[in-house]
Design a protein around this ligand. Sequence first.
Ligand code: DAT
Length: 172
Amino acid sequence: EMRPNRLCCCVSGTPGVGKTTLGKEVAQRTGLKYVNIGELAEEGQLYDGFDEEYNCPVLDEDRVVDELEEQMCEGGVIVDYHGCDLFPERWFHIVFVLRTDNTQLYTRLETGETVKLQDNVQCEIFQTILEEALEAYQEEIVHQLPSNTPEDLEQNTEQMVQWAEQWIKEHN
Ligand code: DAT
C-alpha cells in the first residue's frame, strides 16, 4: 500500500501517559513537525456534537482526517492523539503506544474530573489503546514504550530520535 516517503509517526496512549511531552521533544530534536490532534480539532472546530457525560466536544473524525491528509502525504510528521485507529493505516510508518502504571497515571490525572479519571485509568488497565493499535496496524510497526519515570521519558526520546534518524537515512 502507499505510504508517504517522509517519516510519519503516531504517538498514542491513554491521556496523561506523556504523549505531548515526548512528541514535542522528539519533534524539536529531529525537525519533524509535531501535530496535536486535540489542538487541531479545537482550532478548526472539527467537532460533531457534545458529550454530556464527559463534558467535552466529540471529535469529527472524518474532518480531522480530511484536514490532515495533505500534510500526511507530504510526511515528516509526529501525530499526538490518545487513539490511533481513526487514522488511515497507510499514514504511519510507526505507531508508538505509551504505557503508564495505574497508580502513576492516577496521580498524574488526579486534578482532572472524576468520570474521566476513572475512565482513563480503566482504559490503561484494559490496554484499550494498545489493542486498538494492534488491530488497526501491522504488529511490526506498533511499539509499546513504558512512560513511568523521567528516565523513561529520556530513554524514549533517545530511542525515537535514533529510530527516526536511522529511518530518514535509509530513505534518502
Ligand atoms: P498526554 O499528552 O499523554 O496527555 P502529557 O505529556 O501532557 O501527557 O504528560 C502528563 C503529565 O505527566 C505531565 O505533567 C508531564 C508528566 N510526564 C510525562 N511523561 C512522564 C514520564 N515518563 N514520567 C513522569 N512524568 C511524566
